[in-house]
Design a protein. Sequence first.
Length: 338
Amino acid sequence: MNLGVFRSGSNRFVKNDGFILLLIVLSMLGVLGVVFVTGLTTDTNKSLRSANTSASLAKAKEALIAYALTSDAFIATNGRPGQFPCPSTVSPTATTNGTAAGTCATTPRIGRLPWKTLGIEELRDSTGEPLWYALSNNFRPPVSAGRINSDTLGDLTIHDVGGTAVLANQVVAVVFSAGAPVSGQNRTSTTSFCATTSTTIAGNTCATNYLDISSGRNNATNAGPYIADRPSATFNDQLVYITTADFIPKIEERIVTILKQALKDYYIANGYYPYAANYSDFATPTTLNCANGVFSGRFPYQILAAPQTGAPCTGLADWSSSSFPPWFVAQEWHVDVH
């Protein structure tokens, strides 16, 4: 009888011990579950932040390309097809923040994205920092900076992870996400020496305090070379870039439309098309002249003027004064047309 009671107590003890063990296991699983969910949430937040930054960079690239493809009415008073705006270089608290500088010949061609000039909202990365922007010398304003056509290439270079291999060259523009400050960066209005401009300016206008260095490549320099490297304790920049392949084909489509309309109007007015210019007539591109009897060659921008080679088309009518936009010959688009 006592043995039976002892066994009963032992059984009761074993059952309780099993229950306690189960509670311990469930508790451990609960803790592990919290750790797992917390880790999952952290990864999800990182992914969301990365996605937000990527979306802002993509919008900036789209807006810049749209600006380069602006209408003829805008171009008539502001520039030429393919021209990009200068960066905004003023304090982020200034009323003109987001407005492009008038020229980037003597001021840095790196600064904040000129969102007001682009006609968009101020774009920021996932840390709340406004985007930064660097521009090739070959595509900057003013119009007198040089021609922009199919033969014009960017002069910026971007290096890949590690800084050795070239990710892209002949780049026209780069848009950066600066991310959170890394060691040594002062993003206040306090003035100090700025390595980007080699002058003493407010810290919140200096690219050095926002864009980073990795593998010997400095994203805060005026003309690069830049780098798209892995994140680290001292580097957290992200970037997108623009090459001529992103927008020049669209301008070429516009050129073809202009020439087709000019030839159509010419035929309607005269009942015939002009002869072509000789292929050899390119020493002075602004005087590509029609040559009698030439059926295949360069586009005959001038019909009545004496050509450099061949006979003048003196018996043909001249173009209408409104056949071509003012920038057409100045940018030498007609030289590329055969």
